[in-house]
Design a protein around this ligand. Structure first.
Ligand SMILES: [Zn+2]
Ligand SMILES: [Zn+2]
Length: 321
């Protein structure tokens, strides 16, 4: 894990240097300096839409996840603004109940609902958690859900989602690609279109701009070559990039992978292989299918990804903005 790695590096520096204590403090705080005013990203899940355990899966990773009660949640991140005691949620997963409890336990020490929700697209892991805001569950009032135009129509015109709008459980706000959506004077979100299987909605990535740093949240895309933007160029302009890592290789599932295209992690690493280390270090792979051994932090594949200079997003990680 990143913290561990940084911590070990820091201790090495400490041992090698007589003024190590200064360096130790400096290098630890440069990764994540949490104070009352700096916003940060908090990782609420890193699994592909269908979660872990995965329905129909009897492999060890699914049975372990089930038996050991080790928590694995579907991909989502929160943008935490502790100063104002509020946060924005990026994607609303079927694990929303647990994920909001994580925020209560680890961040605010009290139950706070999201001030803003941003949804990437209408695939099951990314929006169906909305159902828990409805009459059968929370019965919330006016939670602001920011969606792109096709997603706006999809939710407005199809039950059960339309009932959330009719009852006022959620308040839909239509946004457009490239809008600069100000959450606070020093916090903004920019939706960016990405090519994906757009059956019910368009698909968005989000640029999240903080006072000092920018993050890219891009959990789903068909292929980097289909994108109008160069990933390498994008990486130059961000500090963290949470990127689609659904499949590590194309032989890990017994279905036609052409029907569910994603950039394979080996392809993404290959595409970025010539970049300097500090650019690779911005990448945090996320949205891993239950077949992807990167979900197991101790697997050989996880180790080899880290060794190549990339990172893997893990539950509970924090990133200063
Ligand atoms: Zn997905
Ligand atoms: Zn998708």
């Amino acid at each position: 894990m990143r913290y561990k790695r940084i911590h070990q590096n820091s201790i090495l520096k400490f041992m090698r240097n007589k003024i190590g204590i200064v360096i130790l403090i400096f290098s630890f705080s440069s990764v994540f300096s949490q104070n009352d005013v700096s916003p940060f990203i908090y990782v609420l899940g890193n699994v592909q839409d269908a979660g872990l355990p995965h329905i129909g899966c009897e492999s060890k990773i699914c049975l372990d996840a089930f038996n050991e009660k080790k928590k694995h949640y579907v991909t989502s991140i929160a943008l935490i603004d502790k100063e104002n005691q509020e946060y924005s949620l990026f994607d609303v997963t079927p694990n929303i109940t647990e994920q909001l409890l994580m925020i209560r336990r680890d961040i605010f020490n009290k139950y706070i609902l999201p001030k803003n929700i941003f949804i990437t697209h209408a695939h099951i892991g990314h929006y169906t958690g909305l159902m828990y805001f409805g009459r059968e569950a929370l019965g919330s009032k006016g939670i602001k859900v920011n969606v792109l135009p096709r997603m706006y129509d999809f939710i407005s015109n199809n039950g059960p989602w339309s009932q959330l709008v009719e009852l006022g459980n959620i308040s839909l706000n239509e946004i457009n690609f490239r809008d600069n959506i100000k959450i606070k004077p020093n916090l903004s979100v920019i939706p960016i279109q990405v090519p994906h299987r757009d059956e019910f909605s368009e698909t968005s990535a989000f640029l999240i701009k903080g006072p000092n740093k920018t993050a890219l949240f891009l959990p789903d895309i068909d292929k980097w070559s289909k994108w109008s933007i160069s990933l390498i160029e994008m990486l130059r302009n961000v500090d963290y990039a949470f990127l689609d890592a659904t499949f590590y290789t194309n032989d890990e599932i017994n279905r036609d992978i052409e029907e569910i295209p994603h950039p394979l992690v080996i392809e993404t690493m290959d595409l970025l292989s010539e970049l300097p280390d500090y650019q690779k270090d911005k990448v945090y792979f996320i949205h891993m299918n239950h077949t992807n051994q990167m979900l197991d932090a101790n697997s050989d594949i996880s180790r080899s990804v880290l060794k190549k200079g990339f990172n893997i997003a893990r539950l509970g990680q924090k990133f200063s903005l």
